[in-house]
Design a protein around this ligand. Structure first.
Ligand SMILES: [Zn+2]
Length: 129
């Protein structure tokens, strides 16, 4: 592999993985009706986008039917696989979450290396000027 091929392959992988995460966010939503214990994935982007944008977070929704206000609440999950609701679409949901976690991990490796390169370029520019 030459330098050009390495850089292009890494950049393409990060771009494609990010697009796939957007698709998977929608798939998780489509696989679950609005219900108690639904687990949803949310992608967020920094105001000043970093190489790792968009980032994945997980929330589990809870329904409180006896309340008059705030009938729905959501709390953040670190380990979504442990909290997935069972039943209808359970297998699909599990498959999607497993794909997200694997993709996120693979993408993070590329982002880490690309960030280190970007940092080296910045330091090098300061050295030159
Ligand atoms: Zn970011």
């Amino acid at each position: 592999m030459d330098i050009q091929e390495i850089l292009t392959t890494a950049a393409d992988f990060v771009t494609q993985a990010s697009s796939r995460l957007v698709e998977l966010e929608a798939e998780i939503r489509a696989a679950q009706p609005v219900r108690d214990r639904a687990v949803l994935m949310y992608l967020y982007r920094h105001k000043q986008p970093c190489l790792g944008c968009p980032h994945v977070t997980w929330r589990q929704w809870r329904n409180h039917p006896r309340r008059s206000i705030h009938r729905w609440s959501a709390h953040r999950l670190q380990t979504p696989l442990r909290h997935l609701p069972r039943g209808e679409n359970g297998a699909d949901l599990h498959r999607i979450v497993v794909e997200v976690l694997a993709l996120e991990r693979r993408r993070a490796t590329f982002v880490r290396h690309l960030s280190a390169l970007a940092q080296a370029i910045i330091v090098n520019r300061k050295h030159d000027s």
